[in-house]
Design a protein around this ligand. Structure first.
Ligand code: ZN
Length: 691
């Protein structure tokens, strides 16, 4: 085959593939079998690999994306990107319609679904997709062309060599979102953020794996037709996908009318139509957050013009009650006890669902990027039930045009250069003050060590003074140093010293969970103790065996948890061990230090005579208790006396310790003839009175 023949063959194959893609994805009318299509596609891939210089930017093979990482450079918008004014009820819509008729008495209105996706601008030159740009801050957006090329409903070449720009919405169907979002480390809050996040992936091949779609709803060209509906139908002829659920509201419409292929509704029925669309929303395959009404005649649009923020010729009808609307005043980063660095938006306080919200977590850079959020933006803030508040979307860009917020390169607390793991940024310095503060606050919390006389404010003071640099320092530092600090006298210092001393008697299960090692919370700690790991040395031995099955063999412990235990409790390498400060920063080093100070790292037998009155008994615990907070304290009492504690009532269960509100297990135990013990009886068994 000569190069010339190859070029002709590539052009012929490309045209045929484009035709099939358009029929399948845009028109939803497949003309070929999948196998036939794949055959054409593979032939083209093969030809292009032999003649790479003949493969054009608009070749259908571009749809599969690339593994190369790309920058998503900022580019300036050349067509206006305005947001829409909003109405929350039909009265608001009718006021707007009246204003539009005052400007153009003959005008019709186009009603479109407001797809809850991410907005995109597509630029075509001579019919070929040249550039795709996100909305960004309205002035500049990110060039995501390679990623957009992978979206099958975006034409890479139009049916005519037009030079134009279109605006559309990229989205993912709910079903596909639910499948792809299940089981990921940090799931997206909704399909919109998922679509926006996908569009910004650095490898276009990753984007190709996500079934993104587009509906196009605006066109910008040299000689537009006189109406919006005619323009939409022209875009459709060029190969764009226009939402078929688009209608025209017109005076004196007959029910059978169509206008440029769109349904026509009489003005008198407009309110009914809007209500019907709102009611149909849960049954749609994709999310919409309302409808958009636009003036149909483009000349009338011109005459009506725009305010500083909105075009006057369009309005969004929102279905939901307004969420909290606020302005992002600043974005600060917080360093957690694990070193994870989280951006938090400080917003003007806004009441939502009974509480006043002033701080909203933004999770990580990906989340901020998917919102394209900048300081100064007006945002919708939601609070669903007990869930932490979330920034749902940007409603209005800051007119100053601030850039999308970026994570600073350094830890705000210790100035270490941040590292990135997955979607999150971390401060790598375990001695970082904010991390230390976080670990100490966690260690002393009520559900953990619950040290009497020691609260978060005191922790902050100890860390700020540099007296305490890790958890073990709590047991080294002299509380008398606090004398003279504001709020501390002889009595409070003595109470603190006594509280710290008393905490050394806290059971192993509590101490281990209080260290805050990833995946080693109270539940997993309990499972480990049930499985017979009654001291830290037996855990070390299991970790040192290098066999995760020691842990995955325990019902309730999965591979991820096992891997995390193996990683965090592993023996530090000898080089690390030789330097005391670094050794202490490892979990084993910290545990050794705490052990040396007298904290418990083994289940202690009760009394010095080693009496085991609960030997041979299997206890299950349910409900909550006055004298045992958290419940693990009761479990420890049982273990100290030789008993076994399990998580569920089974045939082996001999006793059920029943606290307040433990309904299900008590019923089951009763049916199984298990001895049920209440808190008073339990205290008597322990030789303590219920005071
Ligand atoms: Zn730091």
């Amino acid at each position: 085959m000569t190069e010339r023949q190859a070029a002709a063959e590539i052009e012929r194959l490309s045209a045929e593939i484009r035709r099939h893609e358009h029929a399948y994805h845009v028109l939803d009318r497949p003309e070929t079998s999948d196998a036939e299509f794949d055959g054409l596609f593979e032939t083209l891939v093969e030809l292009e690999s032999r003649y790479p210089e003949l493969a054009g930017a608009d070749s259908p093979t571009r749809r599969v994306g690339s593994d190369l990482t790309q920058e998503l450079p900022e580019v300036e918008h050349t067509v206006p990107v305005l947001s829409l004014d909003k109405a929350y009820d039909m009265a608001g819509v009718e006021r707007w319609m009246a204003k539009a008729r005052a400007a153009d008495p003959a005008t019709a209105f186009v009603v479109e679904e407001k797809i809850d996706g991410t907005s995109i601008l597509l630029h075509y030159r001579d019919g070929v997709l040249e550039r795709a740009v996100t909305r960004g801050n309205g002035r500049t957006g990110n060039d995501v062309t390679a990623n957009v090329r992978t979206i099958r409903t975006v034409p890479l070449r139009l049916h005519a060599p037009e030079t134009l720009a279109v605006r559309g919405e990229i989205f993912i169907r709910r079903g596909a979102f639910e499948v792809l979002n299940a089981g990921v480390e940090t799931p997206y809050a909704n399909a919109r953020n998922f679509a926006a996040g996908s569009l910004r992936r650095v490898k276009s091949r990753d984007v190709a794996a996500v079934p993104l779609e587009i509906f196009v709803y605006e066109g910008f060209m040299a000689d537009p037709p006189p109406t919006h509906t005619a323009l939409l139908s022209q875009l459709r002829r060029l190969g764009f996908r226009v939402n078929p659920a688009t209608a025209v509201i017109r005076e004196d419409a007959a029910s059978a009318d169509r206008s440029n292929g769109f349904a026509v509704i009489d003005t008198a029925a407009a309110a009914k139509y809007v209500a019907e669309r709102a009611a149909a929303r849960p049954n749609l395959a994709y999310d919409i957050d309302g409808l958009v009404l636009k003036v149909d005649r483009l000349a009338a649009r011109e005459a009506m013009g725009s305010t500083e923020h909105h075009p006057r010729w369009a309005i969004a009808v929102k279905f939901d009650a307004p969420e909290g609307v606020s302005v992002v005043r600043s974005i600060q980063v917080q360093v957690g006890r694990t070193g994870r660095v989280t951006p938090v938006a400080r917003i003007d306080p806004v009441p939502i669902a009974g509480s006043t919200i002033a701080n909203v977590t933004l999770h990580n850079q990906d989340y901020v990027d998917s919102l394209e959020l900048a300081v100064g933006d007006t945002v919708a803030v939601s609070k669903r039930g007990d869930v932490i508040p979330a920034v749902e979307r940007v409603l209005e860009k800051d007119p100053e045009g601030q850039p999308v917020w970026r994570m600073p390169p350094e830890c705000p607390s210790c100035r270490s250069t941040l590292t990135v793991q997955g979607a999150h940024s971390f401060c790598p310095n375990s001695g970082c003050r904010d991390q230390v503060r976080g670990r100490l606050r966690f260690f002393i919390a009520r559900d953990q060590m619950d040290i009497a006389g020691l609260g978060p404010a005191t922790i902050d003071l100890l860390v700020d003074r540099g007296w305490v640099r890790d958890v073990a320092d709590l047991y080294r530092f002299d509380p008398e140093r606090l004398l003279g600090e504001e709020g501390f006298g002889e009595r409070s210092v003595a109470a603190l010293a006594a509280g710290i001393e008393a905490s050394k008697a806290k059971p192993f299960a509590i101490v281990l969970a209080a260290l805050g090692l990833p995946e080693l919370g109270p539940k997993v700690t309990d499972l480990l103790l049930q499985a017979g790991f009654r001291d830290i040395d037996s855990l070390y031995a299991a970790v040192d065996s290098g066999d995760p099955e020691v842990f995955t063999g325990i019902d309730g412990i999965g591979e991820r948890t096992a891997a995390s235990i193996m990683r965090h409790l592993r023996r530090p390498d000898p080089l690390t061990g030789s330097r005391m400060a670094t050794w202490r920063a490892t979990p084993r080093g910290l545990i050794a230090a705490l052990r040396a100070r007298g904290l418990r790292f083994a289940v202690e037998p009760a009394g010095t005579d080693g009496e085991q009155p609960f030997a041979g008994q299997t206890w299950c615990i349910t409900g909550s208790f006055e004298a045992f907070k958290p419940r693990a304290l009761a479990a420890e009492e049982i273990r100290m006396r030789g008993g076994t504690v399990t998580g569920a009532v089974s045939g082996a269960t001999t006793h059920l310790l029943a606290g307040n509100g433990g309904g299900g297990k008590a019923t089951k135990a009763e049916a199984a003839g298990v001895l049920i013990v209440d808190e008073r009886a339990f205290l008597r068994l322990l030789g303590r009175s219920a005071g």
